[in-house]
Design a protein around this ligand. Structure first.
Ligand code: CA2
Length: 155
């Protein structure tokens, strides 16, 4: 069974309570519930975590080496600052989809640069909570494709 790690960065635990005009009204619990439902439909095991701490996110990315096939991450503000998260993702070298609720390229200048995108398989930005579902579908397609190639190579 495919296993995917979903990581939410700082302040995303506040979703649905403030800044609704930018991030919408869905809470993180609602986003996680819809991801979990899609995971069941797709037959993928999901582990979902949120942290406000950069080092904790780095530790979880490193741990993904043990038994995960891919990562979905919204690094939130660390997107624009964290060489540490980028280095951890590069080190584990798992297919990673970077998700943003808002379109970061339509916002303030400092949000238009991502340290993460250069080590990600793909970035989804601006679709709100739906972006996480698109990320899971896209990642699963990609992982299924790589598995099929491996099987035909080894047969
Ligand atoms: O659009 C996104 O998903 C972001 O990753 C969200 C981050 C922001 O720093 C990035 O530039 C883009 C912020 C997440 C904080 O979310 C809040 C939710 C409610 C109230 C306050 C913050």
């Amino acid at each position: 069974m495919l296993r995917v790690l979903v990581l939410h960065g700082p302040n995303l635990n506040l979703l649905g309570n403030r800044e609704e005009s930018i991030y919408g009204t869905a809470t993180l619990e609602m986003i996680d519930a819809s991801l979990t439902k899609l995971g069941v439909e797709l037959g993928v095991e999901l582990v979902i975590r949120q942290s406000n701490l950069e080092g904790e996110l780095v530790n979880w990315v490193q741990e993904a080496r043990n038994g995960y096939h891919g990562i979905i991450i919204n690094p939130a503000a660390y997107t624009h600052t964290s060489v540490a998260i980028r280095d951890a993702l590069a080190a584990v070298n798992l297919p990673t989809v970077e998700v943003h609720l808002s379109n970061i390229y339509r916002r303030e200048e400092f949000r238009r640069h991502s340290y993460i995108s250069g080590v990600a398989l793909a970035q989804i930005s601006g679709f709100g909570p739906c972006g996480y579902l698109l990320a899971l579908r896209g990642l699963c397609e990609q992982l299924a494709g790589s598995r099929a190639k491996d099987l035909s190579r080894n047969s």
